[in-house]
Write a protein of this length. Structure first.
Length: 203
């Protein structure tokens, strides 16, 4: 928990039909500093996903009724940014791999080891935060505040693109040829400067 805000760093939804696993997971996850909501079945998990936002879902794979795969699909339908880690027994590892193919971000074998769980959660949240930062970064178009050139990072590491003039950028990215002209304000300013210049030279 963040001591300044009183809020959890990340919120995790735990889904497992075995009470002892739910309680142990919740205790361990909260000890790591994350918020944890524990539910006993897939139906309750899907309802919780509709009512609240979670950064990660940690769900058992094999449950009666709604399975972990269905919880996975429900979480991703709620938001592709929600991570899903499948919790499964060793005998169901092939099903866990199938879950990865269906969009799961990772899987964890039961019984889990505290240090392994902590490492996987930390690694996932680091990747999640990096993706969010890149998404925000991609929403901006870097423009030089002095010469007004545009940095074109398309297809390159962010920050390493070529600096192009507005005309070059438009032609390369949109196939548009720029036609130079004056907007009304710039035209008026140019005319005033011309008149001032002519007046100064008449004297």
């Amino acid at each position: 928990m963040n001591e300044k805000t009183g809020q959890w760093r990340k919120n995790i939804l735990l889904v497992d039909d075995e009470e002892i696993i739910r309680c142990t997971l919740r205790r361990d996850i909260e000890e790591m500093g994350y918020g944890a909501t524990a539910v006993a079945d897939g139906k309750t998990a899907l309802a919780a996903l509709q009512e609240n936002y979670y950064d990660l879902v940690l769900t058992d794979l094999c449950m009666e009724g709604i399975s972990g795969i269905e919880v996975l699909k429900g979480a991703k339908a709620r938001s592709p940014e929600i991570g899903v880690i499948i919790l499964t027994g060793f005998g169901d590892i092939s099903s866990a791999i199938e879950a990865l193919r269906n969009g799961a971000d990772d899987y964890l074998l039961k019984p889990y080891v505290f240090t392994d769980l902590a490492l996987r959660l930390r690694n996932y949240f680091e990747k999640q935060e990096m993706k969010r930062r890149l998404k925000v970064y991609e929403g901006f178009l870097p423009i030089c505040s002095v010469c007004k050139k545009i940095r074109n990072d398309k297809g390159k590491e962010p920050g390493s693109g070529d600096w192009l003039s507005v005309e070059e950028y438009m032609q390369r990215e949109a196939g548009v040829l720029a036609s130079h002209s004056y907007c009304p304000d710039c035209y008026e300013k140019a005319m005033q400067e011309l008149e001032s210049y002519q007046s100064a030279h008449k004297k």
